[in-house]
Design a protein around this ligand. Structure first.
Ligand code: GDP
Length: 298
C-alpha cells in the first residue's frame, strides 16, 4: 500500500487538492456539482464515470453542507465499483509453457515490464524464458538480454532486423524442450506503420500456433499512463488486431493522469493485471481495485 500510494501521489495530489479547493463546508448546489464533475473529467476519469460519481455525490446531499472527505469517500467508492470487475490477477496456470505475448507502442514500458515480470515469476519458483521479438531496435534486444541476465532467464534473440515470428517459433520450441514454465515474448511497437505492426503481431501468433495451438495464452498490452487520453486509442488499435487479453499500465508514478486507468476500465472492460509505479525491478504491482481507488481519491 505504501508503495502504491506514493507511486500514485501525483494523481492523488492533483485530484485531491482540486476537490479540497472546491468543497469548502458549504451547501452542495448544482454549480458546485458541475465543478466537481469537471474536475473529475479533467483528472482523466472519463465522462461516464465522472457523471456517475457526481450523481452519487448529489444523492441525499443536495442543498446540504458537505465536506471534502465525504466527497473523496464517494469518489473512492464509485471508482472502486468501476475497477472491481476488471481487476484480475494474471494466472499462469493451465499451460506449460504459459506463453505471454507483450504488445504496446515503443516507449510504453514493454521491456521493463517483461523484466519485472521475469523477476516476479522467477522469485515464485518458475522457469522463465524470454524472446526478443522487437527486432527493429538493437537497443530493445540488448535491454532484454540485460533483464534476462539479471535474473538468470534464458533469452532467445537474433540480430536486428530478423523475422520476429521466426524468433517466437524458435523460442516456443526451445521452451517446450527445456521444460520452461513461462515464455515472455517482446514485440515491436512502431505506431508509424500500424498496418505492418499489426500484421507482424498476427504473424507471430499464427506461427506460434504451429508449435502449440493454444499459444499465446495471454496477450498483454502495455500502456503508458503519462500519455493520458492517447492510451484509449492504443487500446482500440491493439485490441482489435492483436487480441489483447489484459492490460498493464506503467509510469503511474510519473503522472497526475492516473485517472485514465479508470476511463479505460469503464470503456473496454478488459482485465487489468498490473501497474508500474517506478523503474525498479520491484515496481510492478498486482492491480487491486480498492487500493487503487483509495490511492487516487487523495
Ligand atoms: P519499450 O520501448 O516499450 O520496451 O519501453 P521500455 O521498457 O524501454 O521503457 C521506456 C522507459 O520507461 C524506460 O526508461 C523505463 O525505465 C521507463 N519505465 C517503464 N516502466 C516505468 C514505470 O512504471 N515508471 C517509471 N517511472 N518509468 C518506467
Amino acid at each position: 500500500w505504501q508503495r502504491l500510494s506514493s507511486g500514485l501521489k501525483r494523481t492523488s495530489a492533483s485530484l485531491g487538492s482540486a476537490i479540497s479547493d472546491l468543497v469548502k463546508k458549504r451547501k452542495l448546489d448544482s454549480a458546485m456539482l458541475e465543478e466537481i464533475e469537471d474536475t473529475l473529467i479533467r483528472a482523466d476519469l472519463g465522462v461516464t464515470t465522472a457523471a456517475r460519481i457526481s450523481e452519487a455525490i448529489a444523492k441525499g446531499r443536495y442543498e446540504k453542507d458537505i465536506d471534502e472527505s465525504e466527497v473523496k469517500t464517494v469518489v473512492a467508492t464509485e471508482v472502486e465499483k468501476v475497477l472491481s470487475p476488471v481487476a484480475a490477477p494474471l494466472s499462469i496456470e493451465g499451460a506449460k509453457p504459459f506463453v505471454i505475448l507483450v504488445s504496446g507502442v515503443n516507449g510504453s514500458g514493454k521491456t521493463t515490464t517483461i523484466g519485472k515480470l521475469t523477476a516476479k515469476f522467477t522469485r515464485e519458483g518458475h522457469k522463465v524464458m524470454l524472446a526478443a521479438g522487437d527486432t527493429f531496435r538493437a537497443a530493445a534486444i540488448e535491454q532484454l538480454k540485460i533483464w534476462g541476465g539479471r535474473v538468470g532467464a534464458k533469452v532467445i534473440a537474433r540480430e536486428q532486423g530478423s523475422d520476429a515470428a521466426g524468433i517466437a517459433f524458435d523460442a516456443l520450441t526451445a521452451a517446450k524442450a527445456e521444460g520452461v514454465d513461462v515464455l515472455l515474448i517482446d514485440t515491436a511497437g512502431r505506431l508509424q506503420n500500424r498496418t505492418e505492426l499489426m500484421s507482424e503481431l498476427e504473424k507471430i501468433v499464427r506461427v506460434m500456433k504451429k508449435v502449440e495451438p493454444s499459444a499465446p495464452h495471454a496477450v498483454l498490452l502495455v500502456l503508458d499512463a503519462t500519455v493520458g487520453q492517447n492510451a484509449i486509442s492504443q487500446v482500440e488499435a491493439f485490441g482489435k488486431t492483436a487480441g489483447v487479453t489484459g492490460l498493464v499500465m506503467t509510469k503511474l508514478d510519473g503522472t497526475a493522469r492516473g485517472g485514465i486507468l479508470v476511463a479505460i476500465a469503464e470503456k473496454f472492460k478488459l482485465p487489468i493485471h498490473f501497474i508500474g509505479v517506478g523503474e525498479g525491478i520491484d515496481d510492478l504491482q498486482p492491480f487491486t481495485a480498492r487500493d487503487f481507488a483509495r490511492a487516487i481519491a487523495g
